[in-house]
Design a binder for this molecule. Structure first.
Ligand SMILES: Nc1ncnc2c1ncn2[C@@H]1O[C@H](COP(=O)(O)OP(=O)(O)OP(=O)(O)O)[C@@H](O)[C@H]1O
Length: 211
């Protein structure tokens, strides 16, 4: 499903961030570990098609991402990948429902109101459907971000530090939700984190070292 080999990325011409080779099969769950600055976010953005112009190979579902046009890459990302970013990237003035509708809209997929209701119910957010995001607690907003990421039933879910700001109870809850959402559609799940608490939940790991 995901294959990375000889991958390197340069934010500036003189400094290359190099990544280890790895492959992840459909439905597998991995932790992406490494010190601050080792490149975890960069790697998620490369494999998720948010950063281009890499050296080496990034293949997702047998497609080398560098071969896709900008438009094809946008669509590919919208249909196959759900992102949960370090900051939740929700549109705070819009309702929960409107935020969720962005997901199929941007992927060129039909909006399925029943699916929105199901996902919100699974995440304990059914009563918040019409609420504006800026009226939610941090934990609720994070669950909306998870709902948005899984709405299109993506083949791959990437989560960037989803638990670092959470207490133990909410950390356990978010991990359980992510694992459940991934299992429902046999999605591949990769979680980038420093959070040692997650090691007991996901046993497979990709380790980055700062160069
Ligand atoms: N937009 C950018 N422009 C230039 N350099 C960047 C940019 N984003 C990241 N970097 C550099 O790339 C390296 C990897 O950063 P990245 O954010 O991928 O690491 P990380 O492992 O996710 O860190 P953290 O755990 O602190 O979030 C760092 O040296 C960082 O300074």
């Amino acid at each position: 499903m995901i294959q990375v080999s000889n991958l390197a990325f340069r934010y500036s011409p003189s400094v290359a961030i190099r990544f280890p080779d790895f492959s992840v099969a459909r439905g597998q769950h991995f932790l992406l570990l490494g010190d601050s600055g080792s490149g975890k976010t960069t790697l998620l953005h490369l494999v998720g098609g948010l950063l281009r112009n890499y050296e080496g190979s990034v293949s997702v579902d047998s497609t080398e991402l560098a071969t896709l046009s900008e438009t094809a890459l946008d669509r590919f990302r919208g249909q196959k990948i759900g992102f949960i970013f370090q900051r939740n990237h929700l549109l705070s003035a819009l309702s929960v429902e409107q935020n969720l509708m962005m997901s199929p809209y941007l992927a060129g997929l039909p909006i399925d109101n029943g699916r929105i209701a199901d996902v919100l119910a699974t995440l304990g957010l059914a009563e918040k459907r019409k609420s504006r995001v800026n009226t939610l607690s941090q934990g609720q907003a994070q669950r909306v971000a998870i709902a948005r990421a899984v709405l299109n039933k993506p083949a791959i879910i990437f989560a960037d530090e989803p638990t670092s700001a959470l207490d133990d109870k909410n950390c356990d809850r978010v991990i359980a939700l992510l694992l459940e959402a991934a299992s429902q559609h046999e999605s591949t799940l990769i979680i980038a984190t420093h959070d040692q608490r997650l090691k007991s939940h996901l046993t497979q790991q990709i380790q980055l070292t700062a160069s």
